[in-house]
Design a protein. Structure first.
Length: 681
C-alpha cells in the first residue's frame, strides 16, 4: 500500500435518516472508484459496510463501519453511520474524526427527524457538509417537497447545484454551468432554472468583490462559482449546497465525489482541540514528529480480542512501536497498524496525520481516550455520547452462565459506550440500558453470537419501598423450649414515621437491664434484616425510627440469635399496626420537543400520572420539566418517538419517592404474595 499524503486525505461521514441509502451510497463510491469490482448490496447481504450479522439480518446498519477509496489521486476515508436513532451514538464518534459530512436525504421522505438531529450535530462541531438528495429515481420522489422541507423545517437555504434532468432521474446536470455529470449533454428542467439565481447570490455574498461583479454583470464565471460554493460548504451556515441523484443507479455520485475532493478540507487544514491544565485550546495539526490520536471505536472480537480504531490528529504513528494512553496513564505495545475496508484490514507501515487506522489487542484503551507516541500533558476532549434510558433486566437462559454473561456484557459495552449495564442494588437484577428496543435487541444478539452468552430479558422490577403512616408498638417473641438448651428472646419496640428521605434510625431505650447490653446489637441486627424484607410486598421499609424500650431474657437460653429473631418479629408486628403503605420512585423527566408537539407530550405525561412543573425554551425547541412515576416510563423511548415522529428527546433522573395509589398498591401486593407462594412451591 502506498504511503499516505496528509494533504490528499479526506475524512467523510455519511449521516442521515434510516433508509435514506447511506450504505448504498458508500458501496457505490467504492464501485465507481474501482476499489471493488462488484458493487455491494444491503438487501443481498454483500455490502462492504453492513458486514455484521445483525446488520445483514435486519438489512440496515447497526454500527458505524469504515472503508476507503481513491478518487482523483485523493484518499477518501468513509464512515458509514447508522440512521436509526437506536444506533445513533456512533454519529457522536464519527463527527469527531472527520472534516466533512455528506448528509443524505431520502427524496421520497424529505427532511425527516434524523436529518434534523444530524444537522444539529454537524453545526455543534462546525463541520463542512453537503446535502445529497437520494432515491430521486423512485416515482414517489419529490425534489420540490424536499427543498421546501429544508427551508421550512430546518431553516436552510438549499442551493441545488446538481439536479435531475427529468423524471426518474436518468442523469444529473450542473444547474450553474449546464455541464452534465456524464455524456450525453443534458438539459435543465425549466422549473429549476430560477434556482440558479439563488446560487449566484449566495456565492456573491461570500466576498465583497464578487458581490460587486455580480451586481454589475448579473453573472459569475464557473471557477469563481465553484470556489464560492466551496467556501459555503466550509462555512457550515444557512446556505446548504445540495446535490441530487440515485446511489442505486449511480446517478450524481461521481459529481459528489468530485465535490468531496474539491470542497472538503484536508485534515491538515482544520485545528485540533486539546486540553492542558484544565484549559482548552486549539492548534494546527503537525505533519511530522510525535503522533497524537483519538480513539473513537472499539470492536470486540471473540477470537482476535479488542480492535481499536483511532484518528491521527497530529504527527505520525508507526507499526511495531510503543504508545502512551494519555487518558489512562499507561503504555501499550502496538503491533501492525492497519486500515479498514469493512471487515477486511490492510497493513500500513505508518499512519500520518489524518489517517484513520486500527490496531489490535490494546488492553487499557477505550473509546474517547487520547493516545500518543510519547508522554504528553495534553488530552483531546473526550467524546460526549448520548445517554440511553431504555432498560431491560437480563437473566441467564441456562444455570451456571452468570459469569459468561457478565464477561460478555462487559465486552459488548466496550464496543458501544452508549450501552450501559449495572447490578441494581435493591432488586439484585442485572440491568442493561440503551437507546431503545432495537438497540438492546442487537446487544442481546451480539452476546449470543460473539460470546455464547444467551439471556432472557424482561422489564426491570420497580424498586418500590414501604413505610408507615403512624406510630405503633410491637412485640417479638422467640421462645423455644424443646429439651436441653432452648432459645429465649423477647423484644418490644415502637416504630415512628420520619420525614421523607430520612431512611432509618435505631434508638436504644432499655433501662434496668430488661435486655442485657450484649444483646442490643442483635436486636438491632434483626430489625435491620426485617426492614430490608418489608411486610407488605417484600420491599425495604424506609423513613421510620425503631425504638427498643423493653424486653425479657433468660440466663441460660438467651442468645444473639434469639434476640436477632425477636427484633425481626417485633418489627413486623409493629409495622403491621402502623398502617404501612407502598412508595413508588418518581423521576424528574426533561423532554425536549418542537413547539408543535408540546401539547401532545403534556397530555401524555398527565396520562402517566405525571405532573408538569415547567416549560423552558431550549435551542429553538421547548423542554418540558415533569415529575413522573418510574413505572410509567419503562417504554418511554419508543412512546416518545411515536408521539413526536422521532423529533423528541428526553433524559431523566431519580427525584424522590411518593405514595403509590391504593388500587395500584393492591395490585403490587397481590403480585408479590403470588410470587412468594410460587417460590414456596
Amino acid at each position: 500500500m502506498p504511503a499516505l499524503n496528509p494533504s490528499k486525505i479526506r475524512n467523510v461521514a455519511l449521516l442521515g435518516g434510516p433508509g435514506a441509502g447511506k450504505t448504498t451510497l458508500a458501496d457505490t463510491f467504492l464501485f465507481l472508484s474501482g476499489t471493488v469490482s462488484r458493487k455491494g448490496s444491503v438487501d443481498q447481504g454483500s455490502s462492504v459496510f453492513d458486514h455484521e450479522e445483525e446488520a445483514k439480518s435486519r438489512h440496515h446498519s447497526v454500527s458505524l463501519s469504515i472503508g476507503h477509496l481513491t478518487w482523483r489521486d485523493v484518499w477518501i476515508n468513509l464512515i458509514d453511520v447508522p440512521g436509526l436513532l437506536d444506533f445513533y451514538g456512533d454519529a457522536y464518534s464519527a463527527v469527531r474524526v472527520v472534516e466533512g459530512v455528506i448528509l443524505v436525504l431520502d427524496g421520497t421522505v424529505g427532511a425527516e427527524a434524523m436529518v434534523e438531529r444530524s444537522l444539529s450535530l454537524i453545526r455543534r462541531h462546525q463541520l463542512p457538509f453537503i446535502l445529497f438528495v437520494n432515491k430521486l429515481d423512485d416515482e414517489r420522489a419529490d425534489l420540490n417537497k424536499v427543498l421546501v422541507d429544508l427551508q421550512d423545517h430546518l431553516h436552510l437555504n438549499p442551493l441545488p447545484v446538481w439536479v435531475p434532468t427529468g423524471s426518474g432521474c436518468p442523469s444529473v446536470v450542473n444547474l450553474v454551468t449546464g455541464q452534465p455529470e456524464i455524456s450525453p449533454p443534458a438539459t435543465i428542467p425549466d422549473e429549476l432554472t430560477p434556482l440558479r439565481e439563488r446560487i449566484l447570490e449566495a456565492v456573491a455574498e461570500t466576498d465583497d468583490s464578487l458581490l460587486e461583479v455580480y451586481l454589475e454583470t448579473g453573472d459569475l464565471d464557473a471557477d469563481t462559482i465553484s470556489s464560492g460554493l466551496g467556501r459555503l460548504v466550509q462555512n457550515c451556515g444557512q446556505n446548504a449546497v445540495l446535490f441530487c441523484g440515485s446511489a442505486h443507479k449511480e446517478v450524481g455520485v461521481r459529481a459528489l465525489l468530485d465535490a468531496v475532493v474539491d470542497w472538503f478540507p484536508p485534515p491538515t487544514a482544520r485545528p485540533i482541540r486539546l486540553i492542558e491544565d484544565g484549559s482548552e485550546r486549539e492548534e494546527m495539526p503537525r505533519t511530522t514528529g510525535g503522533g497524537i490520536g483519538l480513539v473513537f471505536k472499539i470492536f470486540a472480537d471473540p477470537y482476535v480480542g479488542r480492535i481499536t480504531f483511532f484518528k491521527v490528529l497530529s504527527g505520525t504513528f508507526t507499526s511495531d512501536s510503543t504508545i502512551v494512553n494519555v487518558t489512562a496513564g499507561r503504555r501499550e505495545r502496538v503491533g501492525q497498524l492497519l486500515v479498514a475496508q469493512g471487515k477486511t484490514y490492510e497493513p500500513i507501515g505508518e499512519a500520518p496525520v489524518g489517517t484513520i487506522a486500527l490496531v489490535g489487542k490494546l488492553e487499557s484503551t477505550r473509546s474517547g481516550h487520547t493516545i500518543a507516541t510519547e508522554p504528553i500533558n495534553r488530552i483531546v476532549p473526550p467524546i460526549e455520547f448520548p445517554t440511553g434510558y431504555m432498560e431491560l433486566a437480563v437473566y441467564p437462559k441456562s444455570r451456571g452462565d452468570e459469569e459468561k454473561i457478565l464477561s460478555g456484557i462487559q465486552r459488548v459495552a466496550e464496543e458501544d459506550p452508549v450501552f450501559r449495564w449495572y447490578r441494581h442494588p435493591e432488586t439484585g437484577e442485572t440491568i442493561i440500558a440503551g437507546m431503545g428496543d432495537q438497540h438492546l435487541d442487537v446487544m442481546v444478539e451480539k452476546l449470543k453470537r460473539k460470546f455464547g452468552a444467551e439471556v432472557v430479558s424482561r422489564l426491570p422490577k420497580i424498586a418500590y419501598k414501604e413505610t408507615i403512616r403512624r406510630p405503633a408498638d410491637g412485640e417479638g417473641r422467640f421462645v423455644k423450649q424443646t429439651g436441653g438448651r432452648g432459645q429465649y428472646g423477647i423484644a418490644r419496640i415502637r416504630v415512628e414515621p420520619l420525614e421523607p428521605r430520612s431512611d432509618f434510625e435505631f434508638v436504644n431505650r432499655i433501662t434496668g437491664g430488661a435486655i442485657p447490653a450484649r444483646y442490643i446489637p442483635s436486636v438491632e441486627k434483626g430489625i435491620r434484616e426485617g426492614k430490608e424484607k418489608g411486610v407488605l410486598a417484600n420491599y425495604p421499609i424506609i423513613n421510620f425510627r425503631a425504638i427498643l424500650f423493653d424486653g425479657k431474657y433468660h440466663e441460660v437460653d438467651s442468645s444473639d440469635y434469639a434476640f436477632q429473631m425477636a427484633g425481626l418479629l417485633a418489627l413486623r408486628d409493629a409495622v403491621e399496626k402502623a398502617e404501612p403503605y407502598l412508595l413508588e420512585p418518581i423521576m424528574r423527566l426533561e423532554v425536549t420537543v418542537p413547539e408543535e408537539f408540546v401539547g401532545d407530550v403534556i397530555g401524555d405525561i398527565n396520562g402517566k400520572r405525571g405532573h408538569v412543573i415547567g416549560i423552558e425554551p431550549h435551542d429553538g425547541m421547548r423542554t418540558i420539566l415533569a415529575l413522573v412515576p418510574m413505572a410509567s416510563l419503562q417504554r418511554y423511548a419508543a412512546e416518545l418517538r411515536s408521539l413526536t415522529r422521532g423529533r423528541g428527546s428526553y433524559k431523566m433522573e431519580f427525584a424522590h419517592y411518593q405514595e403509590l395509589p391504593q388500587h395500584l398498591s393492591a395490585q403490587v401486593i397481590a403480585e408479590a404474595r403470588a410470587q412468594r407462594q410460587e417460590e414456596k412451591g
